[in-house]
Design a protein around this ligand. Structure first.
Ligand code: ADP
Ligand code: MG
Length: 719
């Protein structure tokens, strides 16, 4: 790193994407829709696949119907004409040593300026022969100097409105060149790279964007996976090191009988055990509690959380209950409010959509001590919320780990006490993983379901069952039930590429011609169901891009049975409770983690109705089939999670820079992570923090910076 120029590098990474040549306001806006704002973001905009254009032929050898590459010289200037059907046709001729071809594009008049007579380009497409005439329609094209070889692997980037592969490729090329001038700081310790045979950061960026071989693609992917795990581990290691010390809130022996009597059901053994553990931590404590409550879907975590809240408030303390989404926060509020108010506690709900004046009022009441329990979303409660007498903070996490939230939890109060902290995980976490990731917390596991829970019969089907599936939906609704249909994406995706594609399998291998089935999109499917399939049913739509208040309204209508079929993305994954829902359909089920599918399945069968889960899978290969068959046979969330961890690695449990895109088939760096690399990264991170606790050392400075921005991104993703 001797030739590393930090100032230039940082300036470059932070400069806006609009500072690049050829990117104006409009294109910058298109980039922003992909989450790319800065040059640094662009460098991290990884290809979702690579097209193998290494199969080069002469025109005379071209086989009809087969896509391959031709290196051609432009012979005539492109000319456009408007056809009767108002289509614009643009044509020109090009040749190689073996013959010539007519190249045709439709509705692409702008291409007139992309080709000049005498230039060489690599065209990728199919030729058609009729008599002696050879034509090629809408081939992909790349300019090349002379007729020299271009790399075999052409990256295919996730696109957004108005951006083309060519444009993104050019922009990234420009950035890669500028990196040569300033160098790239290393994030991973040298020993890490050596022992794991990983390239330097600079090389890794080159390999991921401009690989020359399949081995390089996989190597780059291993690098970025390791980097992400290392940064995550660093975040964890620094949090762990900040051991929670301090004076715990003073809470004395408390009779829980009134609480238990109010529940209306006897607690399960596992619930009793967990409550005992919490009681033991909170009452007459030596130090503030730090405990993880993990439990399967429906295992009754809320009742355990409520017991802890009751303990804190009975002792005159205030409590906070934080949920990852507004829907969940509102649901916790609904289920806890009546009971807690019955005990005389004052309860409030704080959401992003809460009117500003009400927010102010709530915050004032909290600071004055005239409010006992505040329920809301993570972001709202952590930011500038002052409690007069904080005694307990409960945080309900999604299956991503909010390391950053945990770090900020349970800050010491004005009178010098540090509140108890209870972290609830919304999914059962395999014990092995819990010990690594939540090492600093004590663990309570709810490994038992309340009695009388019926199992949700599960089927794995493919497209051929579509008609029968629709009939099944109709039947469920006719019998008074309600249906969820979960899709992996919100809106229909960009162009699909054909030909030799190297893409990533769900378990992270780079595979040739890996079949990527079209992903069902919630918007499109809900339209189709409403207009074509079930014009007489009420079809609802909910997805993560909707505003909190809109989602809330849809959920309420579904809960009130005004919606028969709710088409959604995984926003309904966690915690949502509509007891009348009897059928869960998951489209492109091969795309989801098993733990996630199990969670989705847990949305039905919550009432008296017999419930079903149908997993619609297309492609994904043998591994996907094997994984899904587990869902048919197993209902134990812990077993499912352990199994998925073995097969798929711990990637599903991580926050990701690409947000939800990971599960939806984009690059998904951590997807290729395995337990072994995670353990290794964790050891290395602990070593780093031991030697340099503040990460101020020259060799750790950039890792520290990246780690903090990763954590900030995680926090944003949770809102
Ligand atoms: P989760 O662990 O998924 O958050 P909940 O706390 O939402 O589960 O509980 C799921 C449902 O089970 C709720 O309707 C709750 O009232 C009910 N429940 C919880 N504990 C018991 C129990 N011991 N016996 C019967 N029903 C229970
Ligand atoms: Mg819950």
């Amino acid at each position: 790193m001797s030739d590393f120029c930090e100032e230039t590098y940082r300036k470059l990474m932070l400069s806006s994407i609009g500072s690049l040549h050829g990117i104006g306001v409009k294109r910058a806006e298109a980039f922003s829709r992909l989450g790319v704002y800065t040059v640094g973001d662009l460098l991290r905009h990884f290809p979702r696949a690579y097209q193998n254009r290494g199969n080069v032929r002469l025109l005379s050898q071209g086989i009809e119907g087969e896509s391959c590459s031709y290196y051609l010289t432009v012979a005539t200037q492109p000319r456009s004409a408007t056809l009767k059907n108002r289509k614009v046709i643009t044509k020109f001729r090009a040749f190689d040593e073996s013959g010539s071809v007519e190249i045709v594009y439709f509705n692409a008049r702008f291409l007139e300026n992309s080709f000049r007579v005498g230039e060489s380009h690599r065209f990728w497409g199919k030729i058609v022969r009729s008599g002696s005439k050879v034509t090629m329609t809408a081939p992909l094209h790349e300019f090349c100097l002379d007729l020299t070889d271009l790399p075999d692997f052409t990256p295919i980037y996730p696109l957004g409105g108005g951006l083309s592969q060519g444009l993104i490729t050019e922009a990234i090329d420009a950035v890669l060149v500028r990196l040569d001038a300033c160098g790239v700081p290393e994030i991973l310790p040298k020993r890490f790279r050596q022992e794991r045979a990983l390239p330097s950061a600079r090389e890794a960026y080159r390999m991921i964007h401009r690989p020359t071989s399949r081995e390089e693609i996989e190597k780059a992917r291993r690098y970025f996976s390791a980097e992400e795990l290392y940064l995550f581990s660093l975040g964890l290691a620094t949090t762990k090191n900040r051991k929670r010390s301090g004076t715990p809130p003073r809470m004395g022996k408390t009779d829980l009988t009134p609480f238990v009597e109010c529940l209306g059901f006897p607690l399960t053994k596992a619930q009793q055990r967990s409550i005992r553990e919490i009681y033991h931590d909170m009452i007459d404590a030596d130090c503030p509690m730090s405990r993880l409550l993990s439990g399967d879907v429906g295992s009754g975590k809320t009742a355990v959380a409520a017991a802890a809240l009751y303990l804190a408030m009975k002792n005159g303390y205030q409590a906070a209950f934080m949920a990852p989404t507004e829907i969940l926060a509102a649901q916790h509020y609904d289920s806890l409010r009546t009971m807690m108010e019955g005990f005389g506690f004052r309860v409030a709900l704080l959401l992003g959509s809460t009117p500003a004046s009400r927010k102010k009022e709530i915050r004032r009441a909290l600071a004055e001590g005239s409010l006992d329990l505040l329920i809301g979303t993570h972001s709202l409660i952590t930011e500038d919320t002052v409690f007069a007498r904080p005694g307990l903070v409960i945080t309900d996490e999604q299956h991503r780990f909010g390391v950053s939230q945990r770090a900020g939890l349970g800050r010491t109060s004005p009178d010098g006490e540090t509140p108890h902290v209870l972290v609830m995980s919304a999914t059962p976490i395999p014990r092995t993983l819990a010990l690594i990731l939540y090492g600093e917390l004590s663990l309570s596991m709810l490994d038992e379901l309340p009695p009388g829970r019926k199992r949700v019969d599960t089927f794995v089907v493919d497209e051929r069952y579509r008609a029968r599936l629709n009939a099944f939906i109709a039947k469920q609704v006719a019998e008074g039930g309600q249906v969820y249909v979960v899709c992996p994406t919100v809106e229909a995706k960009e162009e699909e590429m054909e030909g030799d594609l190297i893409a990533f399998t769900p378990d992270g291998r780079a595979e040739m011609n890996f079949e990527r089935p079209k992903l069902a999109s919630a918007v499109e499917l809900s339209r189709r169901l409403a207009e074509e399939v079930f014009p007489n049913l009420s079809i609802g739509l909910i997805h993560g891009k909707m505003k909190g208040s809109e989602k809330e309204a849809v959920m309420q209508r579904f809960a009130a049975a005004e919606i028969d079929v709710l088409v959604s993305t995984t926003v309904i994954e966690v915690g949502v409770n509509v007891p009348n829902a009897s059928l869960m359909i998951v489209e492109n089920a091969e795309r989801f983690g098993l733990a996630q599918l199990h969670q989705l399945r847990g949305r039905v069968g919550r009432g008296s109705r017999k419930a079903y889960c149908v997993l619609v899978a297309s492609g994904g290969g043998e591994l996907a089939e094997k994984r899904l068959s587990v869902m048919k046979n197993t209902y134990d969330g812990y077993k499912i999670a352990e199994y998925d961890l073995e097969l798929r690695g711990p990637g599903d449990y991580f926050p990701s820079r690409t947000g939800s895109a990971r599960q939806h088939g984009h690059f998904g760096v951590t997807l290729s992570a395995d337990m072994d690399t995670l353990k290794y990264a964790m050891t290395m991170a602990e070593e780093t923090v031991r030697l340099d606790p503040t990460l101020a050392g020259e060799e750790n400075r950039f890792a520290a910076l990246s780690m903090r921005s990763l954590m900030a991104a995680d926090e944003r993703a949770m809102q």
